[in-house]
Each structure stands twice: as structure tokens, then as C-alpha cells.
Design a protein around this ligand. Sequence first.
Ligand SMILES: Cc1ncc(COP(=O)(O)O)c(C=O)c1O
Length: 362
Amino acid sequence: MSYERDNIRRMTAYQWGEQPDSREVLKLNTNENPFPPSPAVAIALTAFGVDQLRRYPAPTANDLRQKLAELHEMEVDNIVITHGGDEGLRLALTTFVEPGRCFGMLEPSYSLYSVLAEIQGAKIFSAPLGDSWDIPRDFAHQLNEAAVNLACIVNPHAPSGTLLDADRISRLANDFQGVLLVDEAYVDFVDPALRYDLVRLINAFDNLLILRTFSKGYSLAGLRLGYLIGAAELIEPIINKTRDSYNVDQISQTLGEAAIGDRAYAEETWRQVRAARRLLREELIKMGFQVGISQTNFLLAEVPLDFSASAEEIYRALKAEDILVRFFATPLLEDKLRISVGTKAQNTRLCKALARIIGKLT
Ligand SMILES: Cc1ncc(COP(=O)(O)O)c(C=O)c1O
């Protein structure tokens, strides 16, 4: 006899990327920033007095909220700080999707979405992406027909790295009758020349939520810090009702403020990742992989049919050489590898190993 709720017993658990203990392993599998956090974060961590841990943290992380509000030229009421972006997703589901009602998404995308929806006891409406990762023209109509309460899209898209422009998202938010959450986990790596900016739409829509994280852009995946930006009416129930009272610990709040205070450092890492991404893509294409343009810190490399090695075999051969990339045995992805962009030296190690493996296996 099981004590679990029926839907928890039936559901498939989220499969997180491998997190090896060894520092020798080249980790290009979970899209961490290859550069360390800002020295300002290191200073703030050293200066953090352990006596501060005796008390509960600031309940709504208001100092950090204030700094983020200034950064985005929004009001404090438009922001809620979360324990990683993942908690932001969970809170959106808890707050906006009644159990038994419908959650909307595109397939493939971040595999946590459907897991969180199942935990909530929500039905899932999932629309397949087209061959070039384009979303269905009538996506809003499909969501409305399925009576979706909350839909999540990831932009730039994971795992393809493609970017939808803000006008397209604006039309979607306009036509969709539920809450649209745009997961911008990788937005910091978007080429600034594209002038992509969704935050400016927040004041125009009462149903648009944007998710951001410190994990990627600020090299702080180990901290668990993220936030949602949205209309005050969407943020208020999360702040006051569905969030845990002290959902973000004091160390994270303090280090988050330090990271925002030295944004110039983070921006330089984004520039270097973009430069390394361009070079890595060129190298992979030279080797015969098909690799689309990515606006994130990873590339999706398709293994062509004339390779005698499959994506899974290449993934395993790389792993045997202590190099981790991500392989998904799911439709549209089973012939591809998702590779996080590393430093120049890391990418060179990867490419040398790949060249050897392809020479050996093909
Ligand atoms: C698409 C996407 N959204 C959200 C997240 C959540 O990031 P975190 O919980 O580390 O802030 C991730 C993490 O990999 C992601 O890939």
C-alpha cells in the first residue's frame, strides 16, 4: 500500500543532468556559465557574518527586489524573488493552475515543466514545435480551445537556442486568455545587437510573467536564486500567499545583491561566451555536425545520417573521456547532443575528443 497521492505515484520524475564530484570532468551538460562568479560575490561571501544566520532572512528579499526593480526600470511590486528559477515555475503553477485544469507547453522544451504540472495535478496540453523549432501559428487559439490557465514557453528556446522576437510573444500574450510565462533562463546570452527586450511589455499585459535566474548569466547555479517579473496583480498572490514565508535564504540575498552590483563583470562573461559559442559552432560544423544559430550558452548539434555513430554513442564515448554533454532519448532530440559552451580551452578539449571519437566510431 502506498501513501503517495495517485498522481505522484504515477508520474515520471524529473531527470537532472549528471553532477559528478570530480573536478577533472569537463562538464558541458547543464549549461552552467564556464566563468566564476564576480569577485564582488567572493568579497560579499567572505564578509558575510555567520551571526546573521541566527535570524530569519528578510521575508520578501526587499533590498534585492529594489535593486532588480531599478535594473529593469520596474516597481518593486512587479518582482518576486525565488529559490532558483525552478521555484518560480512551481509557484506559477501553484498560483494559476487549479488541480484538474490545464497547463500549456511546447514540446520539446524544459523537461521540468510537465513534471511540475503533474505534481500540481494539472492536465497538460502540449503542442509540438515545427522542424525549425517554430511555434504553431495558431498556438494562442489552441491554448484557448484547451482552456489552458497557464502556458510556459522558453525564450531563447531550450534545447535549440533559437529566439522568438518580442512582437511574436506580444501577439501571443494578447491572444491567449490565460497567464503566459516566458522563461528567460538564457536571455543574458542573447546577442545585444538583436535588441530583444520583453520586460518593456510587462506594463502592457496583465497576463505576462517573465522568469529570470542568477544560475546562468551570473555564474551562481550553486546558490539557487531566480525571480519573476510581472504585473503587480500576478506577483501579489505569489508574494503573499503561495510562496514559503522565507523562501530565499540570507546568503543568497546578499550574494545576489553583490552580483547585480557588479553586472559589468557578468556582461563581460556573456560577451566571452558569445565569442566562444561562435567559434565552437564553426568547429562543430567543420566536423560535419548540423548546428543552428544559438542565442543561449549551449549549442544543439545534430549528428548527420552519414555518421555511422549515433548521438548516443558519441555521448557515451565522450563520457568515457570524462567529458559530459547532454543526450535526450526523446522525439526530435535523439539524433542530437546539447553541448554547453565552455571556455576556449574547454571547447578545444571537447573538439579534439570529438574528432578522435568520430574518426574512431565512423
Ligand atoms: C529553460 C530553463 N528554465 C529554468 C531553469 C531553472 O534554472 P534555476 O532553477 O537554476 O534558476 C533552467 C535550468 O537549467 C532551464 O534550463
